[in-house]
Design a protein around this ligand. Structure first.
Ligand code: GRF
Length: 188
């Protein structure tokens, strides 16, 4: 049986597109949720015939758990088995992370445990790193710190800028995420 996956996004959704394009036997993208109502990724989902829902976090003010309770209820109602974060720009609280423990994946644009957090391409250059890449990992309470499911790496070249690194890492992300998600879905 294909595992029913929800993809959570906040923006353009190029990783969502890769997950949609690569769907095979292991999983199906059954739902896409964005916390930003006009995220371009919602249209990608609709074009692929996948239910796409905006859940605007601003409507919940400072109450992160109330947002997450509604999100969780939606996921449960749609019989979602795995949640894949793909450019989802909200840090999730322990409430949600624990509810989905072992079934919550993220993609991060660095070779974790190096460079958790934001601006990874700038920081890879500033640190004089010779290689860079991306990581698919399970989500735990600590940001960007869960079990690593897969990584893709590439050399940093003379003349690279944050922009050129971002472009090349994104290409790696689009290959890595569907592969890791499919492999992981088969283990559940
Ligand atoms: C990707 O670089 C991902 O690693 C990071 O946010 C970006 C999302 O891009 N977490 P997209 O929305 O999938 O195009």
């Amino acid at each position: 049986m294909k595992k029913r996956v929800a993809v959570l996004i906040s923006g353009r959704g190029s990783n969502l597109q890769a997950l949609l394009d690569a769907e095979q036997n292991a999983y199906e993208v059954a739902l896409v949720v964005s916390n930003i109502p006009n995220a371009a990724g919602l249209d990608r989902a609709r074009e692929a015939g996948v239910e796409a829902i905006a859940l605007d976090h601003k409507r919940y003010g400072q109450n992160r758990e109330a947002f997450e309770r509604d999100l969780d209820a939606l996921l449960v109602q749609r019989n979602i088995e795995i949640v894949a974060l793909a450019g989802f720009m909200r840090v999730l609280t322990p409430y949600f992370v624990r509810a989905w423990q072992g079934r919550l994946l993220n993609i991060h644009p660095s070779l974790l445990p190096k460079l958790p957090g934001t601006k990874t391409h700038e920081r890879a250059l500033a640190a004089g790193e010779s290689e860079h890449g991306c990581t698919v990992h399970l989500v735990v309470d600590e940001v960007d710190a869960g079990e690593i499911l897969g990584q893709a790496r590439m050399p940093i070249l003379p003349g690279d800028t944050p922009q050129t690194l971002a472009e090349r890492v994104l290409t790696l992300e689009h290959e890595l995420y569907p592969r890791c998600l499919a492999e992981y879905a088969q283990t559940l």
